[in-house]
Design a protein around this ligand. Structure first.
Ligand code: 5GP
Ligand code: MN
Length: 330
């Protein structure tokens, strides 16, 4: 196992792993976001150009704002009981742990752990379990890191590839607003615009195509927002999801709205799940580190954006999480 943080140093080893493979499976995390799908698709584009047979497999359906991306129609969505395609290499992007690929992992642990795995990621909680790992927690998105990697590998970035990469950079930085955003994020994005990335389409799909059901869900969740000084929290129940018909991606919008409330330094959204568990989404401002807190419940993520799943109802999860968050913030 080798863990690189610098794409220039990682490029030869990664190229070598890819050259040894014929059929390659690309995976990303469950409930994929723009960075997950942008990364999955950009790796797909590159490996195809390198003459490989490539299978991009998502653990759950794509968020609506990514389905128009070049190549998105090639992505297969895993369903319970599906067999793992026969491959000789796995590339896992934007995913902190193997377990985060969800059912694919649960149902194929053995096959997955015997295959060589290349990991490219930017989660601080990624322990680098792959055969070759490129993990840079300083990168604001996996797409930013991939862009630097492709440049180091001498790959020609065409307009389609540039668009996929820009999607991940745009969503993970929330258009260059997160504390993880750096001058490099902006330089990489500028390079992508020069290469023909369809920035207007990315912006339109991400920010100006909110499903009406999401707007209704945001309304219901925010109506019951709670506040204790610098901490805000909200609940998204199964009833709200049913009522509004909103998709999972709508929950991200609730999170973003809470982040915008003046004086909020840390927040948590409790999402009730069908299986009786509760997913928490944590956000904070510097220097409050919620990644560390999330690991307490077996989750992880970034210093200012993390999550976990708790095996209890939202009510119980509130009792469990809020005191610890208060302790961290106060
Ligand atoms: P979100 O709250 O948007 O689901 O996640 C915020 C960040 O934390 C993302 O980078 C996501 O990958 C990470 N994250 C969310 N849930 C989990 C989890 O259960 N385990 C780990 N390791 N990371 C998570
Ligand atoms: Mn990401």
């Amino acid at each position: 196992m080798t863990v690189y943080t610098d794409p220039i140093l990682a490029a030869p080893a990664l190229t070598d792993q890819i050259n040894q493979a014929k059929r390659i499976l690309i995976l990303t995390h469950i409930n994929p976001d723009g960075d997950a799908i942008g990364s999955l698709l950009s790796v797909w584009h590159v490996l195809k150009t390198m003459g490989k047979e490539v299978i991009p497999l998502a653990s759950s359906p794509l968020p609506g704002y990514t389905t128009w991306l070049p190549g998105a129609e090639q992505i297969q969505v895993y369903r319970a009981g599906m067999s793992l395609p026969e491959v000789d290499l796995v590339v896992m992007v934007d995913t902190a742990t193997l377990g985060r690929v969800g059912r694919i992992y649960d149902e194929h642990v053995h096959e997955l752990t015997t295959l060589p795995i290349v990991i490219v990621d930017h989660h601080v909680t990624n322990e680098g379990a792959g055969t070759v790992n490129l993990i840079d927690p300083a990168a604001a998105s996996t797409c930013e890191l991939l862009c630097e990697l492709f440049q180091a590998m001498g790959i020609t970035i065409d307009a389609d590839l540039a668009t996929c990469l820009l999607m991940g950079i745009t969503t993970d930085t929330q258009s260059f607003q997160t504390s993880a955003t750096t001058a490099t994020s902006m330089r990489v994005a500028a390079d992508l615009l020069d290469l023909g990335a369809d920035q207007l389409r990315v912006v339109r799909e991400v920010y100006f195509a909110l499903p009406a059901s999401s707007a209704e869900l945001i309304g219901q969740a925010l109506a019951e927002m709670r506040r204790d000084g610098p901490i805000a929290w909200a609940r998204v129940t199964l009833a709200m999801m049913r009522d509004t018909g909103a998709e999972d991606e709508a929950v991200d919008e609730v999170v973003r709205m809470l982040q915008r409330v003046s004086g909020v330094r840390a927040l948590v959204v409790f999402k009730e799940r069908q299986d009786g568990t509760t997913k928490i989404s944590l956000r904070s401002v510097q220097p409050i580190n919620v990644a560390l807190l999330a690991t307490y419940w077996g989750g992880g993520g970034h210093a200012q954006a993390a999550g976990a799943t708790l095996n209890m109802s939202p009510e119980q999860a509130e009792h469990e999480v809020l005191p610890r968050l208060q302790e961290l913030v106060w």
